[in-house]
Design a protein around this ligand. Structure first.
Ligand code: FAD
Length: 290
C-alpha cells in the first residue's frame, strides 16, 4: 500500500524514524534494532539522510531497501538537496528505484557551515517538483509547528509550505514538539491555507536530560511547565527519567489521537525498547477510531 492510501483507512497511521549508524560503524550494526522495530509492525519506517548530503554514503538507501525486503514494511528514504546537484539526485533516485524504494521525504537540509550550497535546489519544494516531474515516487515533506528557524514569520512559513505541497508533496511529517496545543494551532493554520494533505505529528520520547537540551537547541521546541517539572523531578534517576519520558509521549499521543490526528511519527532514536513500550501503550488507541 502506498503512503497516501494508508491515511485513507479508518485508523491513525503509526510510523517510526531511524538513523543510519554513525561514524565508522558498519551498516549491519543497525540490523538488531530493525529486527525489534519490525516486530512492532509500524505502517512505515523512515530513514534519515546525512546532514551534509554526503552523496558517497548510500546507507540511507541500503537501509530503506533492507526494511522493505526483510520485513515487508514500507520505508521512506529522507533526501536532502541544498548541497546536491541534479546529477547527485539523479544517481540517488536511480539507486532507490533499483532497491524498490519509491517513497522519499524531500528536504532542503541544513546549510552546513563553511560549505557553499549548490544552486540546483534552493528549497525542498524544488526537490519535490524535480522528483514529481521524473515520476515514479511518492513524495513527503517536513513541517514545523513552531515555525522553521529560517522563516521570517509563521505566515511566510505556512505560505512556503503551501508551495511545497503544490509542488507535489502529499504527506507531511512534523518537527518534534512537546505541547500539543502548538500542533493543533499549526494544523488549523495549514488547513485554512488550503494545505489538505495528511499531517503526521512528530513525537520524540525524551529519556534523558542531555537529549532534551540538545533537541531544544537544535529545533527550538518549547517546553510546557508540566514537561519541565517531570524532567526536573527525575533528573539524576535515569530509569525514572526514561519511564517518565515514555509516559509523557504516550500521554501526548492519546490526546493527539482523541483530537483526530492523521498519524504519529515516533523519533525512535534507534531505541527499540522505548519504541516498543510506546507502541504497546497506544496499540488499541491508534489501531481503531471510535
Ligand atoms: P524547506 O521546506 O525548503 O524550508 C526551509 C526554509 O525555507 C523555511 O524557513 C521555509 O519557510 C523557507 N522556504 C521554503 N520554501 C521557500 C520558498 N519557495 N521561498 C522562500 N522561502 C522558502 N535534515 C537532514 O539533514 N537529514 C534528515 O534526514 C532530516 N530529516 C528530517 C525529518 C523531519 C520530519 C524534519 C521536520 C526535519 C528533518 N531534517 C533533516 C531537518 C531539515 O533538513 C532542516 O530543518 C532544514 O533546515 C529545512 O529543511 P526543509 O525540507 O524543511 O526545508
Amino acid at each position: 500500500m502506498n503512503i497516501a492510501d494508508m491515511f485513507k483507512e479508518d485508523r491513525t497511521v503509526l510510523s517510526y524514524e531511524v538513523f543510519p549508524p554513525k561514524g565508522d560503524k558498519p551498516i549491519e550494526s543497525i540490523y538488531d534494532t530493525l529486527d525489534e522495530l519490525g516486530k512492532l509492525r509500524p505502517d512505515f519506517i523512515s530513514v534519515t539522510y546525512g546532514a551534509a548530503g554526503n552523496v558517497a554514503n548510500t546507507d540511507t538507501i541500503d537501509i530503506a531497501g533492507y526494511i522493505q525486503k526483510k520485513y515487508s514494511i514500507q520505508s521512506i528514504a529522507h533526501l536532502t538537496c541544498v548541497h546536491a546537484s541534479f546529477e547527485n539526485i539523479d544517481r540517488i533516485l536511480g539507486d532507490l528505484q533499483s532497491r524498490g524504494v519509491d517513497n522519499i521525504l524531500a528536504l532542503r537540509g541544513d546549510i552546513v557551515k563553511g560549505m557553499e550550497p549548490k544552486k540546483d535546489f534552493l528549497h525542498a519544494s524544488d526537490l519535490a517538483k524535480y522528483i514529481m516531474d521524473k515520476g515514479g515516487f511518492h513524495v513527503s515533506g517536513a513541517c514545523y509547528p513552531e515555525v522553521h528557524q529560517d522563516a521570517k514569520n509563521a505566515i511566510e512559513d505556512i505560505k512556503n509550505l503551501k508551495i511545497k505541497v503544490d509542488a507535489g508533496v502529499n504527506h507531511l511529517i512534523s518537527q518534534l514538539f512537546f505541547d500539543n496545543t502548538v500542533f493543533y494551532h499549526f494544523v488549523e493554520k495549514a488547513r485554512i491555507a488550503g494545505i489538505n494533505v495528511p499531517i503526521e505529528a512528530g513525537i520524540m520520547p525524551v529519556t534523558n536530560r542531555k537529549q532534551i537540551e540538545r533537541m531544544v537547541t537544535m529545533c527550538g521546541a518549547s517546553l510546557p511547565t508540566k514537561f519541565v517539572k517531570v524532567m526536573q523531578r527525575f533528573d539524576g534517576n535515569p530509569e525514572a527519567m526514561r519511564d517518565a519520558g515514555i509516559a509523557y509521549a504516550i500521554d501526548q499521543i492519546i490526546d493527539l489521537v482523541a483530537n483526530g490526528v492523521d498519524g504519529i511519527h515516533i523519533y525512535t532514536m534507534n531505541n527499540p525498547y522505548v519504541a516498543r513500550r510506546i507502541s504497546e501503550g497506544v496499540e488499541s488507541i491508534v489501531r481503531g477510531r471510535a
